[in-house]
Design a protein around this ligand. Structure first.
Ligand code: ADP
Ligand code: ADP
Ligand code: ZN
Length: 209
């Protein structure tokens, strides 16, 4: 099963991808997480990406396409995968096709812009394993520590109001058109993401059965 998660920043792509991953045991590949890791390790890609991420702008297509090519060649991807945060441009979507990868479904988690600010403003991410929480909507049972691994929970630097606004703009101007791209291929599934996590998960899993 080869899936794409579409939706605005903060729509709940990562949260729902984790549920799919649990049920089908296929890896979630988050280009954002890979890039943040590269920034922490101060690699060439990390150095190139840092100022762009901090401004809420996209990292160049050739960089993320390179990341994805390398990651999808790993053995754990051979039974399928969930792409979270890739593709974000038509050029990236076309690159997947050029690689000979045929997607089964693109799930678009639909959430109005007004909801996004609260979601991202309260998001906390585990600095060790990348698990995401929310201070009100999905708090960790262990307070400021990750339930899964005990890592410290942090606020991502790009989850500040100014950067959220620029990420939303980029989403509407550049990424949202991918819904049409996958709709034209008969692959798009729209999911109402403005509900409780469990209700959304039910629709997500039903759409994959
Ligand atoms: P969110 O989960 O809030 O949508 P991500 O973790 O997916 O955020 O991405 C964080 C940042 O990483 C983006 O704002 C962008 O700068 C960069 N990024 C991640 N994926 C891509 C991509 N496919 N193309 C270009 N930039 C990307
Ligand atoms: P994305 O991967 O699309 O950027 P996340 O899955 O990281 O989004 O979710 C963004 C924030 O909103 C996180 O703090 C997450 O815990 C929270 N969240 C996710 N889904 C819901 C929901 N249905 N209702 C309320 N909060 C949610
Ligand atoms: Zn953790």
């Amino acid at each position: 099963m080869k899936l794409i998660m579409l939706g605005a920043p903060g729509a709940g792509k990562g949260t729902q991808a984790a549920k799919i991953c649990e049920k089908y045991n296929i890896p979630t590949i988050s280009t954002g997480a890979i890039i943040r890791n590269a920034i922490r390790n101060a690699t060439d890609i990390g150095k190139q990406a840092k100022s762009l991420i901090d401004k809420g702008l996209l990292v160049p297509d050739e960089v993320v396409i390179g990341i994805i090519k390398e990651r999808l060649a790993e053995p754990d991807c051979k039974n399928g995968f969930i792409l979270d945060g890739f593709p974000r441009t038509i050029a990236q979507a076309e690159a997947l096709e050029t690689m000979g990868i045929s997607i089964d479904k693109a799930l678009s988690i639909e959430v109005p812009d007004e909801v996004i600010l609260d979601r991202l403003g309260g998001r906390r991410e585990c600095s060790e394993c990348g698990a995401t929480y929310h201070v009100h909507f999905n708090p960790s049972k262990d307070g400021d520590k990750c339930e899964k691994c005990g890592g410290a929970l942090i606020t991502r630097p790009d989850d500040c109001e100014e950067t959220i606004m620029s990420r939303l703009k980029v989403y509407h101007e550049t990424t949202e058109v991918l819904k049409e791209f996958y709709e034209n291929k008969g692959k798009l599934v729209k999911i109402d993401g403005d509900r409780d996590v469990e209700e959304i998960t039910k629709d997500v899993l039903d759409s994959l059965d």
